[in-house]
Design a protein around this ligand. Sequence first.
Ligand code: ZN
Length: 465
Amino acid sequence: MNQAINPLLDRFTQLLGPTGVLTGNDVSARMIHVWRQEPIRAACILRPSTTEEVAAILRLCHEAGQTVVPHGGLTGLVQGCNGSEADVVLSLERMNRIEDLDAIGRTMTVQAGVPLEKLQQEAEKVGLMFPMDLGARGSCQIGGNVSTNAGGNRVIRFGMTRDNVLGLEAVLADGTVVTSLNTMIKNNAGYDLKHLFIGSEGTLGIVTRVVIRLREMAQGQQTAFVACDDFTQVAGFLRHIDRSMGGALCSFEVMWRDYYELVTSAPATNARPVPLEHEHYILCEALGTGHPQDAERFESVMMEALEQGLVADAAVAKSENERRAMWRIRDSVDQFFRYGPAFLYDVSLAIRDMDAYVKEVKRRLLEAYPAHHCFTLGHIGDGNIHFAIAVGSAAPEDHRRVNACVYEPLQPVGGSVSAEHGIGTEKIAYLPLSRSKTEIELMKRLKAALDPKHILNPGKVFPGP
Ligand code: ZN
């Protein structure tokens, strides 16, 4: 136990009661990530149940210069929740209430610890949907989605988390509560403060409540699995289907041959909707209207694509089971680890630069690691590529070498080292590849203004002072 923190622990216990403060084995029995068997390292885990309790905790920590690491559902991929025995972990897991659902205004006000899947289900009960969706929906919490500006599979139609948040409440490092629970779509009264907290990874404040924007629930969807022989076809097909579906296109997930082969060969059990004879495979989906002619319209758009040579092959899902099987192929990312540890990447760049960029990354990998495995897929409509790269080692020097293969070719094309996962601690060294000196200086000025003692999620996004 960290000696310096003992007096604070008593204050925390007075404030939250014994169930609100975990120490010792109760801390180390919890894992730092839903995928990893690695215990949380912290002096204690605090579990407040109200905004006032969060504010009181931060007032105490600010006064004492005590560092605080916020935890959501622990599904992030850039080590943004890491800490040490000197840190206090602040978990919002008990702040999991849905406070208001306005079906007419199509908004929902929720506490930050509500799991994404739960609020999706609540919206569906009244015929609405929260369109943001990602694989970790069952574990991740809306507060974490907001803090990391999470993306997912429907960004092409509905945008990132940022585009689906109308207001929020955040507690600043010194305990000041900023309640900005705007429910309106239009509100230009001064600075839009919510954007300070969306995507800043818990370094500028702790998000405690969120107002999300809901949409009318789609009436079914049309889904196809398509093959292309080259990237020119992929880019041409994207424009064709987006134009032809009149804005209803909600997913455009591209898988390179390496990924498609991986997830449709043993021990994976996915069947191939189209043969493994092409370079690129696309899972595309459009929102339905419930009209009987939806399916007919979608099939004719696919036929046109085949006739115009925009795709080499196509299979349209004829049932919900077939649709699910197609999505299972896209979501079989557990196969990434078939050949041992894999480094995961999340970059973005202009669609027109993508083909050359991916080829350059693979050329550099082959030179550095002749026996590597690289699997490639992405939300190409959003300019987002994911790589999983296995080189038979998880050693830091290999990680750095593979990072160089992936990140360096981004700089000449103005790409980003993080499309949707954030910077955390993992990408700190590469932030200057994607952001200018003046941009990073302004980020640091905001940090110094809002958290002058650097107690909030220290060492994340950029190194501490
Ligand atoms: Zn993704």
